[in-house]
Design a protein around this ligand. Structure first.
Ligand SMILES: *Cc1c(COP(=O)(O)O)cnc(C)c1O
Length: 392
């Protein structure tokens, strides 16, 4: 589908032609493992076996590629399954990766506990600081610069364009985890990234009812030695097999169709919640890329359409106040994950980021993370006010 079309048009139509047999306007759930062949090797539409390809997954993969403006999309059973496939496609023992200092906990755990014992080394860098990334690169052995922006849960912002230059100058590929921003707010491939990944469990699915992952490769990866990144990922998606099932693909595709309207509401609500938090006595700091005092606000304003639905803040009275406030809400749900229509609150140090306690990635214990949903924002603020007035 043409890149000239607007984002919402691509979200609703890319990969989603009316069904050839029935005219069904929504791609059906092809809940099937194998396909009748018209004579040996006579595949209809190329379908042979559903690990290799399934029409519902194809619809999603075409949509993902169109949304990110990439060459090819791949749908996985989870965000981490997609990340693992990227790593195994681009790295061999002895290679080195630069990993963000506040990466998603599971991403760090993967590089630290899964990839490292298999001979893939990593160095932690503050991705909001280009020099920190440059210093972490080991010329000759760094093959991936891995970036999340905005980061989880500290909402740091990385300058994708600058980091693409730094990575490419060292012969490394820039991979961007676009989960927080989504392709609606930010297009890493257009800024020079080579591969973009996201957990579709979050905003893309958007309804907290599916776990999934996406990988999209640039139309052309020009880093010497990685020109075939797309073929390697395609080969490994099938050879490792962590694919998205038909129903999960269908759910993510359904979410994708409303991504733009949901994201706009997430952003509207987040901005109002940020206004409320910055004026509250019990809050010592609000972390949101949309705030002019955010250290990378200018970069965020340049590379993002808006600043997203994730907000973190620190409580003046410390960990105890943070833990109690998380438990005192009624409209907000205390829970992990993010990006669904419902608002979630959590305490990263004890919940999503407990696995990085004691490491370089440890997060402050007075920090609360919000995934601002699309409910009526007045209800969200009233509920937060009550919890913070008591415990702040
Ligand atoms: C959730 C998340 C992941 C991992 O995705 P899963 O679908 O849970 O495997 C990766 N990166 C970020 C930023 C996430 O929020």
């Amino acid at each position: 589908m043409s890149d000239e079309l607007g984002f919402s048009t691509r979200a609703i139509h890319a990969g989603q032609e009316a069904d050839a047999t029935t005219g069904a306007v929504v791609p059906p759930i092809y809940q099937v493992s194998t396909y009748k062949q018209d004579g040996i090797g006579g595949f209809r539409g190329g379908y042979e076996y559903s690990r290799s390809a399934n029409p519902t997954r194809t619809a999603l993969e075409e949509c993902l590629a169109a949304l990110e403006g990439g060459g090819r999309g791949f749908a996985f059973a989870s965000g981490l399954a997609g990340q693992d496939t990227i790593a195994r496609s681009l790295l061999v023992p002895g290679d080195h990766v630069v990993v963000p200092s506040d990466a998603y906990g599971g991403t760090y755990r993967y590089f630290n506990k899964v990839a490292r014992p298999q001979g893939i080394e990593h160095t932690i860098a503050r991705v909001g600081d280009v020099e920190s990334v440059r210093a972490a690169i080991r010329p000759g052995s760094t093959k991936i610069v891995w970036v999340e922006t905005p980061t989880n849960p500290l909402l740091n912002v990385a300058d994708i364009e600058a980091l693409a230059e730094v990575a490419h100058a060292a012969g490394a590929v820039l991979v961007v985890d676009n989960t927080f921003a989504t392709p609606y707010l930010q297009n890493p491939l257009a800024l020079g990234a080579d591969i973009v990944t996201q957990s579709t469990t979050k905003y893309l699915g958007g309804h907290s009812d599916v776990v999934g992952g996406a990988v999209v490769t640039a139309k052309r990866v020009e880093v010497p030695g990685f020109e075939d990144a797309e073929e390697r990922i395609a080969f490994n998606q099938n050879s490792i097999g962590g694919v998205a099932g038909p129903f999960d693909s269908w759910l993510v595709l359904r979410g994708a169709r409303t991504l733009s309207v949901r994201m706009d509401r997430h952003c509207d609500n987040a901005e109002k919640v940020v206004d409320f938090l910055t004026g509250h006595d019990g809050v010592s700091q609000v972390l949101y890329p949309g705030l002019p005092e955010h250290p990378n606000h200018d970069v965020a304003a340049r590379q993002m359409k808006r600043f997203g639905g994730m907000v973190s803040f620190r409580m003046k009275r410390g960990e105890d106040a943070a833990v109690k406030a998380c438990a005192a809400v009624r409209v907000w749900t205390l829970g992990e994950s993010l990006g669904g229509v419902e608002s979630l609150i959590e305490h990263p140090a004890r919940m999503t980021h407990s696995s990085v306690a004691g490491t370089e990635l440890e997060v402050p214990d007075d920090l609360i993370r919000l995934s601002v949903g699309i409910e009526d924002v007045d209800d969200l603020i009233a509920d937060l006010r009550e919890a913070l007035d008591i415990h702040g």
